[in-house]
Design a protein around this ligand. Structure first.
Ligand SMILES: NC(=O)c1ccc[n+]([C@@H]2O[C@H](COP(=O)([O-])OP(=O)(O)OC[C@H]3O[C@@H](n4cnc5c(N)ncnc54)[C@H](OP(=O)(O)O)[C@@H]3O)[C@@H](O)[C@H]2O)c1
Length: 336
């Protein structure tokens, strides 16, 4: 085991969009686990939008990290030392490992994971939390069914990419995405099998959306909020179901924009569901097995936006914060 390791820390509290320059690398001595703890060597670090919200003190009451703090981040790692009967050296775990090559974790806060047929890193993406988010929203909240016409925003992202494919698996007849570039839309239609994808940065995208959804959307899975949500509501079918999953268009805004007009919800007789994936954490293992089967049979595919080396995490995170990621943002920190 390495005696010294590296981690990234914050230079200061962050009160603007997180940028690479907000972080610095430092070295530390490998700690020994106290009773009940495990020491984990990070293999993959997942970068997700919620980390940006935590760093700005805007995530579900979580403490805002300050100068010298290591940012949070889910990862997959190998237990290298254990002072807990729950896990042993060599076990693979998923846990909040932070932006660090080595970290101490309470054993009960780590999940033992097993290799499936899919690549291990999929358990941070399409077979992990983002995949479960898509599945829970469509299956449990919107109750997706045969014949549904489904609209999904941020369709090239980790959640959106999974959502379109899972909607199809659940029987959707038509799946339309919204994404922020021609390159992203190509991924959405070519790899994720969406019927159409509208680039919301083109001037006539609202007209294109109407054409792509002639009967309106029975389900709208919203990852971004703002004007995209308002436009999606205009294209909702009567009795449509809306899953509110994310607010990517506003996380870094200084002021919250006014919400969509409630009159639209009334006129459409809409049902609206707020989604928090933490409510479904107990279903993660079952979902991972299900997703592994879908991946093995070619029904579910994922695109990763990978960087190699912990030192790449700040720049990679900046890309995510600016919406430049294409697919699930992952940092390869150590060897598998
Ligand atoms: N409710 C829950 O429990 C839960 C769980 C997981 C994730 N989420 C949310 O689900 C959404 C998708 O998550 P993800 O992990 O799949 O992320 P992601 O979609 O891979 O990345 C975020 C995307 O948001 C889009 N975006 C739209 N407006 C943006 C703006 N102003 N600045 C930056 N990006 C913007 C960008 O795609 P375009 O170029 O296509 O606009 C960007 O690539 C996020 O809002 C996340 O917070 C919610």
């Amino acid at each position: 085991m390495k005696k010294r390791a590296r981690r990234l820390v914050l230079n200061d509290v962050i009160d603007a969009t997180p940028r690479a320059a907000h972080f610095r690398m430092e070295e530390f001595d490998a700690p020994a686990p106290a009773s009940g703890e495990i020491l984990v060597r990070t293999i993959f670090l997942s970068l997700d939008p919620y980390i940006g919200s935590i760093l700005r003190g805007r995530h579900m009451g979580e403490r805002r990290p300050g100068a010298g703090d290591c940012p949070p981040g889910r990862g997959i790692g190998e237990v290298v030392a254990s002072s807990s009967p729950l896990l042993k050296a060599g076990d693979l775990v998923r846990a909040d490992l932070g932006w660090s090559e080595l970290s101490l974790v309470r054993a009960e806060e780590a999940r033992l994971i097993h290799r499936g047929r899919a690549p291990l890193s999929a358990q941070l993406g399409v077979a992990g939390m983002p995949g479960l988010t898509a599945y829970a929203g469509l299956k449990h909240l919107a109750k997706a069914r045969e014949g549904d016409h489904v609209l999904i925003s941020s369709a090239a992202g980790a959640v959106g990419g999974a959502a379109g494919q899972i909607a199809r698996i659940l029987g959707a007849e038509r799946v339309v995405g919204i994404a922020g570039s021609a390159e992203k839309c190509a991924l959405v239609t070519n790899d994720y099998g969406y019927d159409a994808c509208i680039n919301y940065k083109t001037p006539d995208w609202k007209d294109q959306l109407k054409v792509a959804l002639p009967h309106g959307a029975d389900i709208y899975f919203d990852n971004v909020g703002g004007d995209v949500l308002q436009t999606a509501l205009l294209n909702l079918a009567l009795y449509g179901r809306i899953v509110l999953c994310g607010l990517a268009s506003q996380y870094q805004a200084d002021e919250r924009p006014a919400g969509p007009n409630p009159g639209l919800f009334i006129a459409k007789r809409a049902q609206v569901f707020g989604l928090v994936v933490y409510d479904y954490e107990e279903q993660q293992e079952e979902f991972t097995r299900l997703a592994d089967d879908w991946i093995a049979s070619g029904r579910l595919t994922a695109h990763e936006d990978r960087a190699v080396g912990l030192e790449q995490a700040p720049a990679h995170f900046e890309r995510l914060m600016l919406g430049e990621n294409i697919g699930k943002a992952i940092v390869v920190v150590g060897r598998e």
